[in-house]
Design a protein around this ligand. Sequence first.
Ligand code: HEC
Ligand code: HEC
Ligand code: HEC
Ligand code: HEC
Length: 480
Amino acid sequence: MKQKLCSLTNILKTAGRVVVTGAFVGACVALFASSPTWAAGAGQAETMVRNVCSTCHKFAGEPASRFNLKAPDLMWAGSKYQHAWLVGFLSGKEKRLYAKSYRWDRGWEPDAHVTLPEDQAEAIAAYLEKRYIDPRVEVGAFDVSTVTKKEAEFGAVAYREHACIGCHTIKENGQLVGGPQSVDLAEAGRRYNPDWLYRFALNPQDFTPHSGEFLADATDFGVRAIVGYLMTLGVPGFNYDEPWTSPEFARASAERGKVVYQEYCSQCHGATGEGDGPAASGLSPTPAVHAKMAFDKLPVEYLYNVIYHGGRSVGKSPVMPYWGLTIGQQGVADVMAFLKATFTGAAESTPARTGTGSSGVCPQPRRTKRAPGTFRNMTNPVPANAANVKAGETLFQQTAQPLACFNCHGTKGDGQGPMGAALNPPPRNFTCGETMKELSDGQMFWIIKNGSKGTGMMAFSGMPDNQIWQLIHYIRTLVE
Ligand code: HEC
Ligand code: HEC
Ligand code: HEC
Ligand code: HEC
């Protein structure tokens, strides 16, 4: 074995700088032919790392510019990867990381890599994981099991807003998108040890200085969102955390929540939840009237997000602050317990009724902004068949994200949902023919996509166009 390794080293030397040909890789595979004793020998792993891997990779010393290296630094190899990925990479089962070559200044072909039989890959991985631990990487610094869907959503937005997509590829609808200058991140969730990724994100220059890397202007909150997002990539069925099942919620206290409400919420929503706090007079949209909301009927995920992550996180106004940083998970749990115990939407039983609609005001005063002409004149391109109306109904009554329409517009479409009475202006009464005949398909499409600024009607910007058109077909069936 030793001899074989030596002869490989010779090949590497004669192979010159770095350029590895297909023929060379073939030779490697042959040379490392599997042997039954290999897996047992950490000594052999050490020898191979020293004699083979070190000819390209650096395993000690300070991190250096990519332009002075042949291959990525591996001083922290024991902290960086997930075991299964590392074994897969070393045994040739993973895609290349650098689509345009690690040293793209010398050529734009992806680099070939030595391929080891699985038992040797296992032994090398185990050796690296024991020998090359980075003391800067705090074990348990990033707990993947606490990543929520909303955080991953934020991370996905931040990934674009901080130009990550300019230099790293990800997968979108099965296609690779982004600039292939540096590492492909499409499989990041299978590749990185999250603790390493988090430490890297705190200061990339501690690992890859002068390599074309980029420092994003992100708070710890933002870094966590991006790292959380990356850890979902390449992991089908990622198991998102649901904070409302956490211990903080199990021990939530409406008593404590009452204090939180007084200290933080009443300044806008009013001491008794009437939406008349001292700040309210200057706000558009006006703060929701909690006293008229049936909190026990609202989806917990929505309530949690609008309070913890703020109005913007659910397509509503950023004037509703994000409270997570201020009052923490326990504070959010407590104030939610208080809202549920205190406001049950009793006021809903006395809605103003006039005109011909089944309930809700009809005709309904309407000051909604007119859609631009190009939208206003659009007609529904989706056929008005039973299947599409049914799909629209399901979205309206159950599945629309971040909140199903009935919560405000009511199950009958009369504007009397669990949150309907809390909003000023009130939700549109779709049962009222007189008001609805003024609304073109294109007008509705535009409002559903962008929201109605200064009102409680949120933007459903993430909804595919064809679903919006299905909703419009369904809404048209609600007129009485
Ligand atoms: C001929 C030079 C060369 C040799 C020899 C070599 N590597 Fe590499 N290695 C590279 C290059 C180039 C890359 C980037 C490959 C890519 O684009 O996927 C790489 C990537 C890697 C990575 C992923 C690095 C990252 O950015 O996270 C690991 C891990 C790795 N090699 C381990 C090894 C081990 C272990 C050995 C010895 C068995 C070895 N390499 C031998 C050139 C080499
Ligand atoms: C201007 C180009 C550029 C931008 C923008 C950029 N990066 Fe990088 N990134 C790099 C380079 C260069 C490296 C160093 C590794 C290398 O040599 O390719 C790197 C390294 C990384 C690594 C470590 C790769 C590894 O396996 O060693 C991660 C993870 C990463 N970037 C994530 C991000 C994220 C997240 C963002 C957005 C906040 C971002 N990058 C923005 C160029 C960029
Ligand atoms: C700076 C003023 C302000 C403060 C302080 C404030 N809110 Fe709000 N809140 C708003 C506004 C404005 C809206 C309406 C947002 C919209 O419709 O786009 C709102 C809406 C809401 C809603 C209803 C969401 C919906 O879908 O309409 C809830 C629930 C809520 N706030 C809870 C709270 C809680 C709990 C606190 C205290 C921890 C709080 N708010 C503090 C301004 C505030
Ligand atoms: C959080 C409460 C809320 C939710 C959830 C909600 N809406 Fe609304 N919606 C409103 C309010 C309030 C208005 C009135 C806006 C105005 O007066 O400009 C409105 C108005 C509308 C209008 C009338 C636009 C116009 O030009 O008059 C349409 C159409 C509409 N919503 C569709 C939907 C659909 C479809 C959904 C679900 C995908 C939905 N809404 C979910 C509160 C809501």
